[in-house]
Design a protein around this ligand. Structure first.
Ligand SMILES: [Zn+2]
Length: 103
């Protein structure tokens, strides 16, 4: 059972790691994630990652053992504020979009 959970986690991690920047930007556009920065009011958002591939970032809670979450991060290049989006939500949205296209 624990092995199944681990396999599931690895499978999800590999799917999240395969998300392309264009897919993440489509998610952001659909959900309004790049609305003006709440600190400085600018919209100079930078996605953490490479030119084509956003970098999933692992967040761990000290008091929750092995539990962790994966997020994608936007930083405001004007003031440095940051926005995090749960990578599991992005993955679900992309997979639902792909299923819709197939039908
Ligand atoms: Zn800002």
């Amino acid at each position: 059972m624990a092995e199944d959970a681990e396999d599931g986690e690895l499978h999800e991690l590999s799917r999240i790691s395969a998300i392309r920047l264009s897919q993440l930007n489509a998610f952001y556009a659909e959900h309004g994630t790049k609305k003006p920065c709440s600190i400085c009011g600018k919209t100079n958002w930078v996605v953490v990652g490479s030119e084509f591939q956003p970098a999933p970032i692992k967040l761990s809670a000290y008091d929750r053992g092995e539990a962790f979450g994966l997020v994608f991060m936007l930083t405001c290049s004007t003031c440095g504020d940051a926005r995090f989006t749960n990578a599991a939500n992005v993955l679900s949205w992309i997979e639902a979009e792909e299923n819709n296209e197939r039908q």
